[in-house]
Design a protein around this ligand. Sequence first.
Ligand SMILES: Cc1ncc(COP(=O)(O)O)c(C=O)c1O
Length: 460
Amino acid sequence: MSDLMPSRAGIQSFFLPPEAPRKPRIRRAEGIWFEDTDGNRLIDVSSGPVASNLGHGNPRVLDAMMRQARDAAFAFPMQFESEANIALGERLARLCGPGLDRAFTVSGGSEAVETAIRFARQSAVQRGDGSRWKVVARMPGYHGNTMGALAVSGDKAAHALFGPLLRDMPKVPAPFTYRLPANHTAETNARACAAALEQTILDEGSETVLAFIMEPVGGLATGALVAPDVYYTAVRDICTRHGVTLIYDEVMSGAGRTGRFLAGDHWPARPDIAVLAKGVTAGYTPMGVVMVAAEAAEALAASGGFQAGFTYFANPLSCAVGVAVLDELTGAHTGRDLIANAGTMGARLRAGLERMAAGSRIVGDVRVRGLLLAIELVADKATQRMIPLPLMAPYRVQAIALRHGLALYCRRTGGGEFGDWLMISPPLIVTAEDVDLILDRLTATLMEYEAELVRDGVVA
Ligand SMILES: Cc1ncc(COP(=O)(O)O)c(C=O)c1O
């Protein structure tokens, strides 16, 4: 897209051969818009990788960032307390509610997932449960790219490559609601998936199972999967019954994106630990957070302290950004409740996507909670047959969308084995007019791709 001399020095040299078309080069970003160096304007329709929840260039976040950078950009938590860190902890405790009222802040989602697992393990050892170490997770699922996070990620393609470096962890099926196993409804499938969790715990030996980690509303790995209600209660009961710590990975779904601060808040069941990242600092600085119960944190503190830490944990600059972002989300200074807006705009976007799906031959399913939405692409809606994987459907749509002024994000889990989908997850600041513009451009994009598939005989 850009005619600029391709740089050999930037990170793209790890991804793109020199002759490959270059990615747009970003010059400016403001609100929901990107502008590239060719002057093209693109809507940030997936909030980057579902991270830029406030959009770009928020003046109050930038002020807070500058203020903190001037006051103390860095102070290490093993040496100092930081007001920004305390303020962020207090806000997170208020927003996450009872039982999730202590915040351990790190530098990203993968680091936070690993820190949550370490917290669960050290707590188990400290209470005399040292035989527990296995972390059960879902297939497919994504919890990050560092080795420990990858070990609990249900991604066979990634494990085929990096498996020898990992300690693989038990997996149970994710409770898909589309392309169901034979003779199942979404609800009976969800019950079967919960039963598979219990059976796995028993097979592994419940005294060895430390935790179960899952995304309450799915991200890229399942395309915004929302399980039937019965699943959440069943999983909570199973974990409680077997002394297994329930960890909700809210890296993508948390911080207001689904219309509640935690996606888990849509159901009465509560996790023991919640992991957040992306939306807490809305992409302005790196951040990951582990939320645990005050008593659990205090128990570790009393027994010598949590064995965890990184150079950039509780980083004051990121904490100050987090405070400013949470204040924007809740409308503390603006009176605009962006979490509520995620609910209303999500409903508008959903209605539009469902209308579009009804008129499309390739949109097989629309999955939604608030502004975490995904559309599943198929070659045949009646049979739910997938578009052949070598066609790389999501990436092709991404390329077409650029020409229609949309910056879409996609990433396959497990090489697309479970289906191909696209995340439609704009910043939480979107207005009704923004949503309508997104729908127009997306419809044009998908119609163009559908015509291409019909022309090539992929779609009948
Ligand atoms: C559900 C989930 N968990 C963990 C991660 C890893 O977070 P990070 O990329 O910040 O390390 C991601 C990233 O997309 C995610 O979606």
